[in-house]
Design a protein. Structure first.
Length: 247
């Protein structure tokens, strides 16, 4: 077994045990950024072989909230998996996650012509764990951008074309407090900027977007830890669009 294959097996085993990325706590462990993406891809191959399906990608570490939190500029990308798609209103067991945290952000659906066919708010779920002494893009990428799935809004929103809405705002409410509020898109250039960056990055690894896939554009807000008893709602302007509860 090659070193990368062995490491991918360990990463996949750790993820299933809800202990992601334990290799980054090993003394002297190092990877470069390209190796981190190769490791991410090797883990993805294991997941697909085990019966899962890639349904899209995330773009992360883009907006001022997360780049300040992590202390490093992106963007980075990660895979989205069919087994981790949740529906609006889901109750999430905190024990199924490693330090569960959430982001409110805009997601994009790729149409048959390869262009953006729809845009809608989602809740992105995270295993919010860094194990190395200092946070790095390498650890973030190797751990699939910390992604632990997404919560989709009601079906009617999945065909919404909101990417060109001028002046709209995205807000995250946790319990009775507004955790964050801001513009829809984290990158100058809006929705298209996230997709264009992702296409180029995927091309470097002989990957491509396909019709029907979902792209998380990144959040302009922050990453927010949540605990049992929390209720999360993401608003598009003043309309509550997608929610979940933590038990």
């Amino acid at each position: 077994m090659s070193p990368l294959a062995g490491l991918a097996t360990r990463q996949w085993r750790d993820y299933r045990a809800r202990e992601p990325g334990t290799c980054f706590a090993d003394p002297g462990f190092t990877l470069d950024l390209r190796q981190a993406y190769e490791l991410q891809g090797a883990v993805s191959a294991l997941r697909v072989a085990a019966g899962d399906r890639v349904v899209g990608y995330k773009v992360g570490c883009t907006g001022p909230g997360t780049t300040t939190q992590f202390g490093m500029p992106g963007p980075i990308r990660g895979h989205l998996y069919e087994s981790e798609i949740r529906r609006n209103g889901v109750a999430l067991d905190a024990a199924d996650f490693a330090s569960l945290a959430i982001e409110g952000e805009m997601a994009l659906r790729i149409g048959e012509d390869g262009e953006i066919a729809a845009a809608f708010p989602v809740i992105e779920l995270h295993h919010f764990v860094f194990r190395a002494p200092h946070k790095t893009l390498v650890e973030l990428v190797a751990n699939n951008g910390l992604n632990a799935g997404i919560v989709l809004p009601a079906d009617g929103w999945l065909s919404a074309r909101t990417q060109s809405t001028g002046g709209a705002r995205l807000s995250v409410q946790i319990g009775d407090r507004c955790a964050g509020s801001g513009e829809l898109w984290p990158l100058p250039g809006g929705a298209a900027a996230s997709v264009d960056w992702l296409r180029q990055q995927l091309f470097e690894f002989r990957l491509a977007l396909t019709p029907g896939q979902i792209v998380l554009s990144g959040t302009p807000l922050g990453l927010y830890p949540v605990v049992p008893g929390d209720n999360v709602i993401v608003f598009f302007d003043n309309e509550p669009v997608v929610r979940c509860s933590i038990v």
